[in-house]
Design a protein around this ligand. Structure first.
Ligand code: SF4
Ligand code: SF4
Length: 225
């Protein structure tokens, strides 16, 4: 026999300032290790210097007092909305990475207003209520799990030649296990790749050292202990 129907609500962000304004360090946004160099560089491009504190297991807290430096108060919006950190994308969902238990944060007024219905939802319905946020949450869990294995190499480069960028990304992807590729939607011509396993950096230097690539950087990322 089926149990009583629970009507599934769908999360609608009120665009209040709660998740971009911070009064306590423990609430500040969190970056995964592989996001750190990317957001540092993105910050440089948009005139923001990030203050970070390592909080263990590959996570770093952005230390903020007041509005997040990426928040635009006038338009009440995140300046890097299209590519904001995963922890911001998954909010108001929260996850315990040891037990993989998922919950929604009562700090969010939408969650608070719907806490009665949300309290009755199981995992699958919670995913229906927060489809986009769940995708980000899955990505956090995936990256967290792969972080514990082989070392990685982060590759950043800037170029205004899109075809060249695609060719470089293709060449690297054919040769190595690329676990993440990003083209910035905030800063034109800024690309980021994350490679797993051993990498021949001389090969990458040769590939990236050319006039059309205005800047590049290779950065080793050790596995999380
Ligand atoms: S606290 Fe909730 S409703 Fe407010 S902006 Fe954040 S996610 Fe949206
Ligand atoms: S990165 Fe964007 S969404 Fe995240 S806290 Fe800052 S302004 Fe808010």
């Amino acid at each position: 026999m089926r149990g009583p129907e629970v009507s599934v609500v769908r999360f609608t962000c009120y665009r209040c300032v709660h998740c971009c304004f911070f009064t306590e360090e423990r609430e500040c946004p969190v970056l995964l290790w592989y996001e750190v160099p990317y957001f540092r560089k993105l910050g440089e491009f948009v005139g923001v210097e990030l203050r970070l504190k390592e909080v263990g297991q590959g996570f770093y807290r952005v230390i903020v007092s007041g509005f997040c430096p990426f928040y635009d108060v006038a338009s009440r919006a995140c300046r890097i909305h299209e590519e904001k950190p995963l922890s911001c994308r998954m909010f108001p969902l929260i996850v315990n990475l040891s037990s993989l238990e998922v919950a929604s944060s009562l700090m969010c007024p939408w969650v608070y207003a719907n806490k009665g219905v949300l309290g009755e939802l199981g995992g699958e319905s919670l995913e229906q209520a927060f489809p986009e946020e769940f995708k980000a949450l899955r990505e956090v869990v995936r990256v967290y799990l792969v972080s514990k294995s082989a070392p990685k190499l982060a590759v950043y480069f800037t170029t205004y030649f899109k075809e060249l960028a695609s060719e470089v990304i293709r060449s690297i992807s054919e040769r190595y296990d690329v676990i993440k590729v990003s083209e910035s939607s905030v800063v034109e011509g800024f690309y980021y790749l994350l490679i797993e396993g051993e990498v021949d950096t001389d090969y990458l230097d040769k590939l990236l050292k050319r006039d059309e690539i205005t800047w590049y950087k290779l950065e080793r990322v050790p596995p999380i202990s």
